[in-house]
Design a protein around this ligand. Structure first.
Ligand SMILES: [Zn+2]
Length: 568
């Protein structure tokens, strides 16, 4: 189900719609060049070796006892888990709460805490139901334990379990407890864990806070705790709202050169696969650069004559008389320069496919000839007498609205119906933003197989751009970036500076149109700032000089007024 937020904001402004498996180590790990410090995404990272962590574990246990040490470690883990979940969701917008949750497992594995495998996940953020099982292989805590102590009677991976709990709580939007059910430190081969909402474990939120707080520190921390709880609650509330907007995970495919994840492309390809084996003529609609020729080739490759030629011609690129001789051929001496016979593409395509790009640009005279060729299934080369039978299948494409051209008498209606037996529509890239990241990675891998990928801010930059030139423009961007970045990870500064990104000149445009109300202007300005900050609400609020909560409320209000005007 699409919610108003998706329609109103995310589609227009773009978010990084990713899955857990899309997270790539080389993209997330980086260096803050100005300070020379390691980064995880946009966040500073600190590294400790296993022996130092083992020492900390031992010191804590020996000085405080197992129980108190566990409380400290659990609290540290819980807050980290919550923080990491928040941070990663600021970097990427996940397909679904499930993908967001799974990203936690990927991140814990990347961070070297354990090799984590989630075996089962059931999460419903609206009903607040949650169940997760999985296992940790070589968890750092169990490995450290066994290097220092004998096998223990109970599980010892306290930090890891608390980290998972914090992460899962952020995703669900209410308290989840991940319990370790058996541990390598007990002599098992792996550690096994299970997560449920705390109520299902028979624990109240107070129990949980107590479990994760040190009694002796409670008084000192009470003020901080209240503030923290409030902030955490606000944050969680926001994430719940965001997570409710997630589009369900969609099937992703990589079909030859067609790389996509969006449902709209999936639909186009399903239709293309159905029509491919028939002889029907196909008309592909789409803005320039969306990949109409790629789709035409796909249809050809899935046809029963895939081994026959695929001939393509851009009808806008040639003057009418040349186009005619390219399509139908000519005989020697037909016109000046025709010093030999030429077969023409209809004949050369044999039983294969002839792709006519920008078919709306064909002149009226040639339209009449083309119609006759398609009706009679034969061509007469320019200057020739004899006709030649043709068997090629015609796939054409246009970025124009042919029905409008018909009304303007610029395109023949009978030819239109001949070409458009089976129309297909490819959406512009800005309307299928799920495809941007996988397309960008696809082009990058084609150009530089060892690339370190894109930084999260470079991804945000691509996601928030409008892509007037569609997939072709994206491909050009990546080529440009690869030249600048070489083997380094691609940063925003490696991407082309865009003057046509119309977000710059929205105010003059507004002034030219009917003068907007202050409310309308505010709404558009907020959207502009969101776009410029890659939809990071915190940054946007700072630029606007208002609090995140105020921004959030304004976005709600705009949407409500939009909904009520739709109802009126
Ligand atoms: Zn364990």
């Amino acid at each position: 189900m699409r919610t108003f937020y998706e329609a109103a904001f995310f589609d227009k402004l773009g978010r990084n719609i990713v899955r857990a498996c899309d997270l790539e180590r080389l993209e997330l790990l980086g260096i803050d060049r100005s300070r020379g410090l390691p980064l995880f995404g946009d966040y500073r990272m600190v590294m400790f070796g296993m022996p130092s962590l083992a020492r900390l574990q031992k010191d804590l246990i020996q000085s405080l006892g197992m129980e108190k040490a566990s409380v400290i470690l659990a609290r540290f883990g819980y807050d980290s888990g919550l923080g990491i979940a928040t941070a990663i969701s600021e970097l990427y917008d996940f397909d679904s709460p499930e993908e967001w949750l799974k990203s936690g497992a990927v991140l814990r594995t990347m961070a070297g805490l354990a090799k984590e495998e989630i075996q089962e996940v059931k999460i419903d953020t609206e009903q607040k139901t949650f169940h997760m099982t999985g296992r940790w292989m070589d968890s750092f805590e169990s490995v450290n334990w066994l290097t220092q102590f004998k096998p223990y009677e109970a599980p010892v991976c306290v930090t890891l379990a608390a980290l998972s709990s914090g992460f899962a709580s952020a995703v669900l939007g209410s308290e989840v407890l991940v319990k370790e059910t058996c541990c390598r430190a007990q002599g098992h081969e792996h550690c096994q864990f299970e997560g449920r909402p705390i109520a299902e474990w028979g624990i109240t939120p107070d129990d949980l806070y107590q479990k994760f707080e040190l009694q002796s520190l409670e008084a000192e921390l009470s003020k901080l705790k209240t503030a923290l709880c409030q902030a955490r609650e606000d944050l969680r509330q926001q994430h719940v709202e965001i997570s409710q907007l997630r589009i369900l995970a969609h099937q992703s495919e990589n079909d030859g050169d067609i790389v996509f994840r969006s449902p709209s492309m999936a639909k186009v390809l399903t239709l293309a696969r159905k029509v491919a084996p028939t002889k029907s003529s196909v008309l592909i609609y789409g803005e320039s650069g969306v990949g109409k020729e790629v789709l035409a080739r796909f249809i050809h490759q899935h046809s029963t004559h895939a081994d026959m030629p695929f001939m393509a011609i851009n009808c806008a690129a040639l003057p009418s008389n040349l186009l005619e001789s390219e399509l139908f051929g000519h005989v020697k001496g037909a016109f000046t320069g025709a010093d030999s016979n030429k077969k023409g593409l209809f004949v050369e395509a044999g039983e294969g496919t002839l792709f006519l790009d920008e078919v709306g640009e064909i002149s009226p005279e040639l339209q009449a000839k083309l119609l006759r060729v398609l009706q009679e299934k034969e061509v007469r080369p320019v200057g020739g007498v004899e006709v030649i039978k043709i068997r090629a299948r015609v796939v054409s494409a246009t970025n124009q609205d042919l029905k409008t051209l018909i009304l303007l008498n610029r395109f023949r209606e009978d030819l239109y119906y001949r070409l458009s037996v089976f129309p297909l529509y490819i959406n512009p890239l800005r309307e299928r933003r799920e495809d941007i990241l996988i397309l960008a990675r696809y082009f990058l891998t084609k150009l530089n197989i060892g690339s370190k990928g894109f930084s999260p801010s470079a991804i945000r930059r691509m996601q928030s751009y409008q892509w007037p030139g569609n997939v072709r423009e994206l491909s050009n961007w990546i080529e440009y970036a690869v030249i600048l970045a070489g083997d380094e990870q691609i940063q925003p500064e490696h991407l082309p500076a865009v003057s046509s990104d119309n977000s710059e000149d929205i105010l003059p445009t507004l002034m030219e149109s009917a003068l907007p109300s202050l409310e309308e202007l505010e709404k558009r300005y907020i959207h502009l700032i969101l776009q410029k900050t890659g939809n990071r609400r915190g940054d946007a609020a700072k630029k606007l000089g208002i609090s995140t909560a105020t921004l959030w409320r304004k976005l709600h209000l705009h949407q409500e007024s939009k909904n009520s005007s739709l109802r009126d």
